[in-house]
Write a protein that binds this ligand. Structure first.
Ligand SMILES: *Cc1c(COP(=O)(O)O)cnc(C)c1O
Length: 393
């Protein structure tokens, strides 16, 4: 295959791509090739419109009346918009805070539900913030942190385990962990499971209900395209909603926040996982960007995601393997999330020089270049252009 053949193949695939029309929702600057939606999703036209409307109408004109007219319900409303993307039922997901804080709330809640247990099991290769949060919860409760590789998690779970936490799609390699097995083994030992869906939500299907995971958390600004600092989400299994608490009990999690009672009474249901005032502007942007997912199924997204990453792997074999790049992601598409990582000794400098040419990817030390392929806006032609830039570096 020559590059010319690759472009011809891409044109064919793009012409028959049912998701190709979705790209029109995204305001990606001309001349920019974007492969970093796994870190920061691009601006949608809907987010810009919603922010404008919020500022000019809801804030400027309606002022404080907008809390009752629109804003108070937003954390649950946005949670309910995220729910179908992660296989969750209505009123079991709420939008709040950031992923780190939500993970902390979930781990605290889990540990409190297993007071006789002595260990927390984590993936040692997890995103560092997840490990820091687990370290802090472990030290506050005097628990042992059992940090093992992804393949060792199931074997490390025992009758001593209070909670297991791991990220469903590895942030470096894009490897998809075996959520069924790990969740099942955790439950067989009476432990609770917290999945981090940072690189899953909006890119890889996840079925919170079928897995029966206890908790899940995830990001609003990656594949959900909510914008820089967009709030995150937390899922709690329906069977735990009334029995779990969280450490940051603030007025937004109170049963009746506007009664201004002195004693804390948790709200019924998922709202008890709120703490304080919502970040209205950021949440508005996320609420609007989620509209892009309506009319699109996660199965369609997954199918195109696997096709895009597989196409890139094919081009890697053809054009990049002989030029010093190594494959840093699983080769089997069903084991791979929506990005592909390549090892390259000069990766940092190459990511920087490509960015100057408008080809945006990212780099994770020591030598990994990451390329996110987002099915809603990346085309097959984008994939060939990326391979061409890398081959001619
Ligand atoms: C991106 C990411 C986060 C981000 O956490 P924030 O608190 O939102 O900054 C956390 N965990 C994982 C696995 C991530 O990939």
């Amino acid at each position: 295959m020559t590059l010319h053949d690759a472009f011809a193949k891409a044109a064919q695939l793009d012409a028959h791509d049912p998701l190709a029309v979705q790209r029109a929702h995204f305001d990606i600057p001309d001349g920019t090739l974007y492969f970093d939606g796994n870190s920061l999703g691009p601006l949608t036209f809907r987010s810009r419109e919603a922010l404008h409307q919020t500022i000019e109408h809801e804030w400027r004109e309606r002022l404080i009346r907008s809390w009752n007219e629109n804003w108070l319900d937003m954390p649950l409303r946005v949670g309910n918009a995220i729910a179908p993307l992660i296989g969750a039922a209505t009123n079991t997901v709420i939008c709040a805070d950031n992923t780190s804080i939500n993970l902390s709330k979930a781990l605290h809640a889990a540990v409190a539900l297993r007071p006789d247990r002595t260990e927390i099991v984590v993936d040692i290769n997890n995103f560092p913030t997840d490990i820091y949060i687990a370290q802090s919860v472990a030290s506050q409760y005097g628990l042992t942190l059992v940090a093992v590789t992804a393949d060792e998690i199931a074997g490390a779970i025992s009758q001593n385990t209070a909670v297991v936490t791991a990220t469903h799609v590895d942030y470096r390699s894009a490897r998809i962990l075996n959520a069924e097995e790990i969740t099942r083994v955790a439950h067989q030992h009476g432990a609770l499971m917290v999945w981090d869906l940072a690189h899953t939500a909006g890119a890889v299907p996840f079925d919170a209900q079928q897995l029966d995971t206890d908790f899940a958390v995830g990001c609003g600004y990656k594949y959900l395209n909510g914008g820089p600092g967009a709030p995150a989400f937390i899922y709690v299994a329906p069977r735990l909603l009334e029995v779990s608490g969280q450490p940051l009990q603030g007025w937004w999690g109170h049963a009746e926040p506007f009664q201004f009672e002195v004693d804390y009474r948790p709200a019924p249901g998922i709202s008890r996982f709120l703490t304080g005032t919502a970040n209205v502007l950021s949440m508005k942007s996320l609420e609007a960007s989620l509209e892009v997912f309506s009319g699109v199924t996660m199965a369609q997204i997954r199918e195109k995601s696997m096709a895009l990453t597989s196409f890139f792997v094919e081009l890697f074999d053809q054009f990049l393997a002989a030029k010093g790049f190594t494959m840093g992601s699983p080769r089997a598409p069903e084991q791979r999330g929506s990005h592909v990582a390549l090892g390259f000794a000069g990766g940092k400098a190459l990511v920087e020089s490509m960015a100057e040419r408008g080809v945006i990817a990212d780099f994770r030390p020591p030598d990994l270049m990451r390329f996110g392929f987002a099915p809603l806006y990346n085309s097959y032609a984008d994939v060939v252009k990326l391979a061409e830039h890398l081959a001619n570096h």
